[in-house]
Design a protein around this ligand. Structure first.
Ligand code: SAM
Ligand code: SF4
Length: 424
């Protein structure tokens, strides 16, 4: 979501005649921030003190936008008084105006009643892949999470508007569209009394049959058979679902206010693999939530084994000010959190390595992202199941092309293959 926000800010400014440049040559440096964990927060203040030196030399304006700016408001300028503009998650359309105001004197603009976020121009970082926000905000109240406080109420964009926006991307040559929302499965839920995310997937798939679609994030409580069937029936929708589990114990899930229990999650994971042939499943897990006992953690490990996740993103619980969980006693000692994290990642790595190994010998379709950073003699691509895949480069530029590859080897995080042909 933050990448997409940055693309929108860049698009708006470009429309107003601004040109992207390195910080040392810039009139303004804009940082778009995250505040989900305090590591992102620490990074921001580190970066700001670097930029202060740049500002001293060049006089550039420094602007901080996005989630952390929304959360901190004026407080951000108290910590870093040389920041000229603080703007929240609803202020992106006003960025050109805010920058010109900030040139006259410091501005903080964090009203959640800002102008509509729809139809903003977007300067995409990649020509072949795009992000499209289908909802903004979040109505869930997971007890550890700061997102609803900084992104506001959930609002779904009208379906026709999304279909049109995707059409513009496709006309520009985009091959893969990533639909974004904090909880994509509740798309339109409030307005129309039932989930319409499945309808959106089907409409997009039939309007743009040669495009790949991915979506994130799915919330397990709203991920239902209707969506699974839409994934299965729509050839353009990749068979990959990111479904954050967060914890494997019912007691902890309840304390997290997630709205589902382990049996319900397990049932959905099983149905997904039944309904969508070859579906890959990834997840997020938090360890060391307040009150998490060894028994609860064991339940998480057990769930991870039962669900056979292809990939997992793991986090140590981090109390975020203003969230209900921050008021609970953070009673799992840091060394226990670290030790649990190690056990968890030991298991998730093993499952990922096994899943990668199972790909060897298969023919797979993949979208080429560009030359590999690590090994420029190779292309880096992603398969439909979202595995990174590398294969040898020839003379033809394959960036943004769909290819057919035979998988010949697997490492800890990625696949190797040989090119069989360019599909498109
Ligand atoms: N809406 C998505 C969801 O429900 O999964 C994404 C939420 S958040 C931006 C991404 C992940 O960060 C969450 O799934 C969770 O695992 C992790 N996270 C959020 N708050 C956290 C906290 N206070 N401490 C540790 N991890 C956290
Ligand atoms: Fe945060 Fe929960 Fe909303 Fe995800 S669904 S953004 S974890 S409150």
């Amino acid at each position: 979501m933050n990448i997409h926000d940055s693309e929108r800010v860049a698009g708006l400014l470009e429309r107003e005649g601004w040109v992207e440049s390195e910080p040392e040559a810039a009139d303004a440096v804009i940082l778009i921030t995250c505040c989900v964990r305090d590591s992102a927060e620490r990074k921001l203040y580190g970066k700001l003190s670097e930029l202060r030196a740049v500002k001293d030399k060049t006089g550039a304006l420094i602007a901080v936008g996005g989630c952390l700016a929304q959360k901190e408001g004026e407080g951000l300028r108290r910590r870093a008084p040389y920041v000229d503009l603080v703007f929240g998650t609803h202020q992106y359309p006003a960025i050109p105006l805010l920058l010109s105001q900030a040139a006259q004197g410091a501005v903080t603009s964090i009203s959640m009643e800002g102008p509509a976020l729809r139809d903003l121009p977007c300067k995409r970082r990649e020509g072949f892949r795009s992000w499209v926000a289908i909802t903004n905000g979040c109505d869930n109240l997971c007890s550890y999470c700061v997102v609803p406080r900084v992104r506001g109420e959930e609002r779904s964009r009208p379906m026709h508007e999304i279909v049109e926006e995707v059409g513009r991307h496709v006309a520009d040559g985009v091959r893969e569209v990533n639909l974004l929302g904090q909880n994509v499965n509740s798309y339109r839920r409030k307005e129309e009394g039932k989930s319409r995310f499945a309808d959106l997937l089907r409409s997009l798939g039939s309007a743009y049959p040669r495009v790949w679609f991915r979506f994130t994030t799915s919330h397990p409580k709203d991920f239902d058979l209707e969506v699974m069937r839409a994934v299965a029936d729509t050839p353009g929708v990749c068979e990959y679902v990111h479904l954050p589990l967060q914890a494997g114990s019912d007691r902890v899930l309840e304390a997290m206010n997630r709205g589902y229990g382990r049996e319900e999650y397990l049932e959905k994971a099983r149905s997904l693999r039944e309904v969508v042939e070859g579906a890959a499943l990834s997840t997020d897990i938090i360890v060391g939530f307040p009150g998490e006992r060894e028994k609860d953690f064991q339940a998480t490990l057990e769930m991870v084994e039962l669900c056979r996740f292809e990939a997992a993103f793991t986090f140590i619980f981090n109390p975020r000010p203003g969230t209900p969980a921050a008021l609970l006693e953070d009673d799992v000692p840091p060394e226990v959190k670290r030790e649990r994290m190690q056990r968890l990642t030991g298991l998730t790595r093993l499952l990922t390595a096994r899943a990668l190994q199972a790909e060897v010998g298969k023919e797979r379709e993949a979208l080429v992202h560009g030359p590999s950073h690590r090994d420029p003699g190779f292309w880096t691509a992603r398969t439909r199941r979202n595995f990174p895949l590398h294969f040898q480069r020839g003379s033809q530029d394959l960036t943004g092309r769909f290819v057919r590859v035979r998988v010949t080897g697997a490492g800890s995080w990625s696949l190797r293959g040989v090119l069989l042909g360019v599909i498109d």
